[in-house]
Each structure stands twice: as C-alpha cells, then as structure tokens.
Design a protein around this ligand. Structure first.
Ligand SMILES: NC(=O)c1ccc[n+]([C@@H]2O[C@H](COP(=O)([O-])OP(=O)(O)OC[C@H]3O[C@@H](n4cnc5c(N)ncnc54)[C@H](O)[C@@H]3O)[C@@H](O)[C@H]2O)c1
Ligand SMILES: [Zn+2]
Length: 365
C-alpha cells in the first residue's frame, strides 16, 4: 500500500507539522494515494456534506482504490450541523466502523463539514489523522487552512473546538463548478480581503477578476496565492496569539453586521464585504489610507454580486454594540484591523467610536 504522492502546490510548516496543499482539477482523486503513501492506518471515514455527495463518492473511491477500508457519513448541509450532537453521532459511526488512531477522517465539503469533521478528527480517540477536502471557495481560501476546527453552541458560534492541523489539504477546483453563485461570491469576499492584506499584484488580479468563477487555471492560481497568504500568517502564529489577527480584516464590523442581521439576512462573505468597506473608511481617518482604495474595493465587490450598502432593517446601534463586545476585543473599546495602504496592515487598532459609527451609517446611504 505505498503509492508516490505528487508534489504539493504549497507546503506549509505549522508548528512541528508539514501541511501539504494539493490544488487543481481532479485533485480529489489524490486523497486515497496520499493516505496510503503514509503507510499508517488502513481505514478512512469520509464525512461529506449531503449537498455534494458526488465529491464524497470520488474521495471514497480514491481511498478504496488505494486499498483502504472506507466508510462514508453524510452530514445535512448547513450551519445547523455544526453541533456537539453531530460530533457524537459521527464519533459513534467511527467507533462502529472500527476507525482507530492511525486511521483518517476525510472532510469533504465547505467550512461547515471542515470545521465539524476537523473537530471529530481532533477529538475521536484523542485525535486521528485528518484530510481536508474543501469544496467551497471560502473553504479553499480560508476555513480548510490553519487548523481551526469546532462546532457551535446555542450560546455562540465556534464555542467548542480545537486547533488541529490536517496531514493534507486537497482542493479540487473542478468541484467549484457546481457551487451556487451566491456561495462563490461569498468566498470572493475573502479573496478581496487577501488582496488588501497582500496588496501589489494579488490585489491587481483581484480587482481585474472576470465573472466568477473565472478561467480554471487562473482560479487555481488565485486560490493558491490566497492560501499561501493565510498559511504564512498561520505558520507564524498557529494559536492566534498575535499576527494571525490580521486575517480579521473586515471581520469586526462584518461580524457585527452578520449578527445584527440574525445570521440570515447576510451570509458570512456578504457581511465581510460590508465589513471591509467599514474597515477601509476607518483606515482613512485613523491611518491616512487613500480614499480611492475604498471606492475601488466597493466596485470590485459590487461587480461580483456582493453588497456594498446596508439593508435598512439592520440596526446600526446593534452593530456597534456587537462590535464592541467582540470576543477578540481583549479589553479595548473596539479592536479593528486597519490598513495604512494595501499590504501595510496594523492589528489591535482602537479607532474613534464616532468614526466607526459614521462608517457603518454611511453604508445605509
Ligand atoms: N475554521 C476556520 O478557520 C473557518 C474560517 C472561516 C469560516 N469557517 C466556518 O465555515 C463555515 C462556512 O463555510 P462555507 O461558506 O463553506 O459554507 P458551507 O459549508 O455551509 O457550504 C455552503 C453551501 O454550499 C454547498 N456546497 C458546498 N460545496 C459545494 C459544491 N462544490 N457544489 C455545490 N454546493 C456546494 C453546501 O451544501 C452548503 O449548502 C462556517 O461554519 C464558518 O464558521 C471556519
Ligand atoms: Zn471570514
């Protein structure tokens, strides 16, 4: 059972672990060979979003062909599946299937399945091997990378979890072909965030991006550059104690808007679209960012179907209130990531609350 694994598109070193990222059309077929190449356990539990079972079948088939014992568990699509009871159900399915410590969990789906199955892998028998196979643009550029896993409680999102690195991340860009346009746009909001964090050529390609998803090879390259940005930051700060905070650009206001909309009015990426615009406006006041960047960013976001104006039903007071009790605010009145220029980022900024309020209110105009 030993097959040679192809060279990964990226190899990140996170803590003591190398995390290879395989990326491209058909990459999902590598899962079996990658697992078998390690010559460790011979079992795999494929956890798949029930909205994309064909990708789960592909992953399972590749494991079977590589000589592994394979079990498949489908998870109902949607955030409502990120629960401890689902972790229990899947853990018991693993136990019944005879999954042991050296076997693997393979997460096939968007961020919901990635977070849920990632936490399953982190906790079942105190940790089994994990492969992340993200199937949404958001999961490819963000949630499958960096090792954050977990589930929600009624009291809060992602309240129970673990930092647990996968032994491989496998991104099959072909699966994005079935992703609904709204989900593609949501992932693109995070891509715009990376463009602003990195600046330069990446921001230029983001600003010039054609209709989503765009040409296959260029999309794979765009995902690779975003993934590389995230992994570089995570490699410096796996446990989110410092620099990793830069990844929250647009997320303080974004979370406020997402929560004030009842997690229903806006999907995460849409709230981040608005949050980025708030962060850029505040950056102008606090750090002298050129206002042209906000206009250009708004044009890019709008062109890809992302909101650039706030629905009048959203209560600005509530947005500000949620922003100021953000769980990452570590004692400051507000805790925002701001830019002096694209690529020049400052974390833990505590801007004038009146400026922040005006930047949110402006979205109503
Ligand atoms: N761990 C992290 O670092 C991190 C970072 C960001 C977000 N997240 C989490 O990610 C989750 C959101 O992830 P998401 O946006 O990927 O949402 P998701 O997993 O809910 O997927 C969105 C929808 O797309 C469908 N889908 C997935 N892949 C598809 C495909 N290829 N074709 C057709 N349909 C497909 C799913 O069935 C679902 O309905 C949230 O729970 C969030 O908390 C985690
Ligand atoms: Zn996000």
């Amino acid at each position: 059972m030993s097959t040679t694994a192809p060279d990964p598109a990226i190899t990140a070193v996170i803590g003591a672990r190398e995390v290879p990222v395989h990326l491209g059309p058909g990459a999902i077929d590598l899962i079996g060979p990658l697992l078998a190449a390690r010559g460790e356990g011979d079992g795999a539990m494929v956890v798949v979003d029930d909205g994309i079972t064909s990708a789960g079948e592909r992953a399972a088939a590749s494991c079977r062909e590589a000589g592994l014992r394979v079990h498949v568990e489908a998870v109902p699509a949607g955030e409502a599946s990120k629960t401890l009871s689902e972790v229990e159900r899947l853990s018991r399915a693993c136990a019944r299937a005879g999954i042991r410590r050296r076997d693997a969990v393979v997460a096939v789906g968007g961020g919901v399945v990635g977070d849920l199955a990632g936490f399953l892998a982190a906790s079942y028998q105190r940790g089994v091997r994990l492969v992340q196979a993200p199937t949404t643009l958001l999961a490819m550029v963000d949630s499958s990378l960096g090792g954050k896993t977990g589930v929600d409680l009624p009291e809060g999102k992602n309240y129970v979890g673990a930092v647990y690195q996968p032994e491989a991340v496998v991104m099959d860009t072909r699966v994005l072909g079935t992703l609904p346009p709204r989900e593609l746009s949501c992932g693109f909001a995070e891509v715009v965030k990376y463009g602003l964090l990195v600046g330069g050529e990446l921001l230029e390609s983001v600003a010039a991006w054609p209709d989503l998803p765009g040409p296959d090879d260029e999309l794979a390259e765009l995902i690779r550059r975003c993934a590389e940005c995230k992994l570089e930051v995570v490699a410096e700060d796996e446990f989110d104690l410092g620099r990793r905070a830069i990844l929250n650009l647009g997320h303080t206001a974004g979370h406020g808007i997402e929560a004030a909309g009842g997690y229903d009015l806006y999907h995460h990426g849409e709230a981040i679209s608005l949050g980025l615009l708030v962060a850029l406006r505040v950056s102008e006041h606090a750090l002298g960012l050129d206002p042209a960047w906000r206009d250009r960013t708004a044009a890019t976001l709008a062109r890809h179907g992302l909101p650039v104006g706030l629905d009048p039903s959203v209560d600005v007071d509530e947005v500000i209130e949620i922003m100021s009790r953000d769980k990452k605010s570590d004692g400051r009145a507000l805790n925002m990531v701001l830019l002096r220029a694209p690529g020049d980022v400052l974390t833990h900024q505590d801007p004038d609350p009146a400026v922040v309020r005006a930047a949110v209110e402006e979205l109503l105009a």
